[in-house]
Design a protein around this ligand. Structure first.
Ligand SMILES: Cc1cc2nc3c(=O)[nH]c(=O)nc-3n(C[C@H](O)[C@H](O)[C@H](O)COP(=O)(O)O)c2cc1C
Length: 197
């Protein structure tokens, strides 16, 4: 291994070590930790330097508000909510934001606000999220990148002041791990790669 490669061993290890962890304790990461994660996000590559991301950091009772909005959105999607099953789904939806002490919502405006190619702004948002996950991993925190129907629902978007064409790229659930990291061995890159020379 040459010196240049060796100097990147730290980030390579962090990339390989990171796993999605759904079960977190309610211990809240500090403001400094959260700010470090947000700062890392802003260093993501972004075409035309649009810096398209906006972040919402939800803690404490703000999570209850989000749960309420997500449940209202689900109610509208379901239409008829008279069954026990529908009521159980609504109760589950309301509680979802409590699965972590912190939720960072990463949003990207639709094209009407920004120059560039819309998919590229979304891609930049996804890279920003990965920067966040890796920075959290380095600090020993747990993360789970969540989306689901709530992320695409206009009612939920509206609560964040977004228009229907804007994007919620991620609900990043953040906290301390309550379980050990699950193992996942990815398909080897050799299976996915064609070398052309
Ligand atoms: C765009 C995107 C959306 C995701 N949404 C969810 C989600 O809604 N719920 C969830 O449990 N995991 C979600 N994940 C996490 C994936 O399930 C997870 O990354 C995958 O299982 C691989 O596991 P790993 O992150 O531990 O490597 C999402 C990941 C991405 C990239």
């Amino acid at each position: 291994m040459n010196v240049e490669v060796a100097s990147y061993a730290g980030i390579f290890d962090t990339i390989k070590q990171r796993r999605s962890i759904g079960q977190m304790t309610q211990q809240q990461p500090t403001r400094e930790q959260i700010e470090r994660i947000l700062e890392a996000a802003t260093y993501a590559p972004n075409h035309y330097v649009t810096e398209p991301w906006k972040f919402f950091v939800l803690t404490g009772p703000a999570r209850e508000e989000l749960g309420k909005v997500m449940a209202e959105a689900l109610e509208a999607r379901l239409g008829d909510t008279s069954s026990h099953r529908a009521q159980a789904m609504l109760a589950t939806e309301r509680k979802k934001p409590f699965r972590a002490p912190v939720i960072i919502v990463v949003t990207i405006p639709g094209l009407r606000h920004l120059q560039g190619v819309e998919i590229e702004n979304i891609e930049a948002g996804a890279v920003a999220v990965q920067n966040m996950l890796l920075t959290a991993e380095e600090m020993g925190l747990a993360t789970l990148w969540r989306t689901g129907e709530a992320a695409y629902d206009p009612h939920v978007k509206q609560w964040f002041g977004l228009a229907p064409e804007d994007h919620i790229v991620a609900f990043v659930y953040l906290g301390y791990p309550a379980v050990s990291r699950p193992t996942r061995v990815p398909t080897p890159f050799s299976v996915k790669t064609t070398w052309l020379s």
